[in-house]
Design a protein. Structure first.
Length: 449
């Protein structure tokens, strides 16, 4: 039914909106942040002022502009992306990341992206999938034991742990063992134990750079060959100068990937578990797909094409609960799009959360329906009305990896386990740096016959 609605609407033919000034906006001055308070404020303003509205900022210099129109978003992120830098949105993680690829801009960012990009190619992800598969197996064995005991599990904590372990193994492969041994456990677990992105955490986290620095030094001395991100980054050369990254640059990029690749992935795994438990018809279809796939025990990279429905489930979860619910750009020079004039220095706020729930682009936006992402239905979508990974040259470098990670996880777990959602806490959004669940999600897992 929904497929039909999407196709019939033929969303791509919706005429661009005109945003000629003057635009209406709130009459208070306000600084938008990645906080629950700003989320609630924006929710109210989106209802009141519509798709594009100015915000007078309280302490920041330039004007603010909230944009919830896919044509304007396309212009900013893709067509005229050169006119925009990243802006204020990563303020709260900036202190964790030094000058890593998420926060850097201009020529330095371009150089880093060119050097890092090959590490996210299909062949590398295929290799890293073997590590992901092994980690999933370890979790499955433990969860099967808990299922036999009819015990409840905190799926939020478990997926936090799994996602962190996946990114650490993808970066350091078997050096992870050394790191754990030398630090009496996982020193990076402070990221999952402490969700406040404050100065205290930043200081603790930056302190861990030393561990990364030591690994880099040891690797320079040893000849052992490894297949992981750190090795690939160390081997990368600037195509113009032939130079490798300095130790400081390497450390910043590694620390960036730990932050960028763990919480977003953990949040997604967590929301997929929840969404499957709440939608038995979707779960049944996903289980059927998993049961019919050609692997015996556990899926590998070569099986992901056999799991298209799981992919759709993940895509729909990323629509309803986009982990990065808000990001920003800053305009360099004056710009014009569809009647809208953007002044130099404007801080632009783009929210995947509000874009993904816009009824003009998403019929029945609150409804969880993975069939929106069937091949046929996807053709009718406005491409920049779906931006969980952003768009354009700054699009998430780990997008494919993140989807594969989910397919491998659920391709294995749904073969062996089914879940029952235990309603011990209310489900409430916690829109901070990532869109998490305010309270942990509890599941009782059952072994499938
Ligand atoms: C479902 C999981 C994920 C989501 C929703 C997500 C989302 C995003 C978004 C929205 C951006 C761009 C922000 C902007 O345009 O300002 C981004 C950038 C980035 N992401 Fe992800 N991400 C995910 C997983 C990952 C993973 C697994 C990795 C690494 C292994 C990763 C690494 C990065 C990096 C390095 C950037 C910066 C790219 C650049 O600026 O050139 N992400 N991500």
């Amino acid at each position: 039914m929904l497929d039909k609605v999407c196709t019939d609407t033929n969303i791509m033919t919706v005429a661009p909106l005109n945003h000629a000034m003057p635009l209406r906006g709130p009459d208070i001055s306000y600084d938008v942040h990645t906080t629950t308070e700003s989320f609630k404020q924006l929710q109210q303003w989106v209802a009141e002022y519509g798709d594009v509205f100015p915000i007078t900022q309280k302490t920041r210099k330039g004007p603010g502009l909230f944009v919830n129109d896919p044509d304007v978003i396309k212009h900013i992120l893709i067509k005229n992306n050169k006119n925009y830098i990243k802006g204020v949105g990563f303020e709260r993680v900036k202190m964790l990341l030094g000058n890593g690829i998420i926060v850097s801009d201009g020529a330095f960012w371009r150089r880093q992206r060119r050097m890092i990009q090959p590490a996210f190619g299909r062949d590398v992800i295929a290799e890293l999938s073997k590590l992901v598969e092994q980690l999933n197996q370890v979790f499955l064995t433990r969860w099967q034991m808990l299922a036999r005991e009819n015990a409840c599990i905190d799926i939020t904590e478990e997926t936090n742990d799994l996602a962190l372990q996946i990114i650490l193994h993808s970066l350091f492969s078997d050096d992870v063992k050394t790191i754990y041994e030398q630090n009496d456990g996982n020193p990076f677990a402070i990221l999952t134990d402490d969700s406040a992105r404050d100065l205290k955490l930043a200081v603790k986290f930056r302190g861990l750079s030393r561990i990364v620095g030591d690994i880099i030094t040891q690797r320079r001395q040893s000849k052992a060959e490894r297949m992981d991100f750190v090795s690939l980054f160390m081997a990368a050369r600037d195509k113009d100068t032939g130079e490798p990254m300095s130790d400081k640059e390497l450390i910043d990029e590694v620390m960036t990937l730990i932050v960028a690749g763990s919480e977003t992935s953990a949040t997604t795994l967590n929301w997929v578990w929840y969404s499957l438990a709440k939608h038995p018809e979707v779960l049944a279809r996903a289980q059927q797909e998993v049961d019919q796939a050609s692997y015996t025990e556990s899926p590998g990279f070569e099986h992901i094409e056999e799991l298209p429905y799981l992919r759709q489930v993940v895509e729909e979860v990323l629509r309803i609960y986009p982990p990065v619910w808000l990001f920003t750009r800053k305009a360099l020079a004056q710009d014009e799009v569809n009647g809208l004039t953007i002044a130099p220095g404007t801080d632009i706020f783009i929210s995947p959360y509000f874009m993904h729930r816009h009824p003009r682009y998403w019929p029945q936006p609150e409804k969880f329906d993975p069939s929106r992402f069937s091949e046929e239905a996807s053709k009718a979508q406005h491409k920049t009305a779906y931006i969980p990974f952003s768009a354009g040259p700054r699009r998430c470098i780990g997008d494919f990896f993140a989807i594969v990670e989910n397919q491998l996880h659920f391709g294995l777990m749904l073969r062996h386990l089914t879940m029952e959602y235990v309603e011990d806490h209310p489900i409430e959004l916690a829109p901070e740096v990532n869109l998490r669940t305010r309270y942990p999600i509890t599941m009782r897992l059952h072994t499938r016959k």
